[in-house]
Design a protein around this ligand. Sequence first.
Ligand SMILES: Cc1cc2nc3c(=O)[nH]c(=O)nc-3n(C[C@H](O)[C@H](O)[C@H](O)COP(=O)(O)O)c2cc1C
Length: 180
Amino acid sequence: MSIAAIISSPAKGNTYTIVNAMAEQLKADGKDVQVFEINAMKDRRGCQGCNACKRKGSCVTKDDLTPVLDAVRNADGIILSTPVYFGEACGQYRLLEDRFFSFLNADFSVNIAPGKKVAVVVSAGSAGADKLAEKIEGVMKNYFKCEPIGNITVTTGNDPKCAANSAEIMAKAKEIAKKF
Ligand SMILES: Cc1cc2nc3c(=O)[nH]c(=O)nc-3n(C[C@H](O)[C@H](O)[C@H](O)COP(=O)(O)O)c2cc1C
């Protein structure tokens, strides 16, 4: 069982804390987990819209996101996380999400294995975490044939330690990690 865990927030705040707690639980359960921090990657490009993936079966843009795409392709499970920025996922998340286009063939069938388990983590200062988590789950389910196993949404009041200080949220992180 291998899991690719994605942190896209530039801050080492709530989503960072929750994803790392999930990763620790996965490791404790003997699972193979790789954690990727998109913001730490210097050479990260969005989808170029070249459609070469529709002929080649994978993304031809080679940059720091390439190992992330490979890890997601090869994983049995995925953890996706983002803060809410202006009602949407943050830019770092959107860059990666657009690159997931390479997992779709020309006829929109998927070229990655179906049935990967996916857990989604979203943090918002005041509103929108639930809606965004549902949207991301919908994309992963409908386009990429993943199986959502649960999400964690936090309304933080912009406190970067909100999740860390909540026993309930930290317990939920472990609970969902155990579902992989
Ligand atoms: C550029 C920017 C835009 C934001 N936009 C929103 C927003 O539209 N709605 C909201 O509730 N919070 C917004 N926030 C607050 C973050 O979602 C909030 O602080 C969140 O807890 C950050 O998650 P993190 O601790 O995982 O980085 C914004 C923060 C930034 C920096």
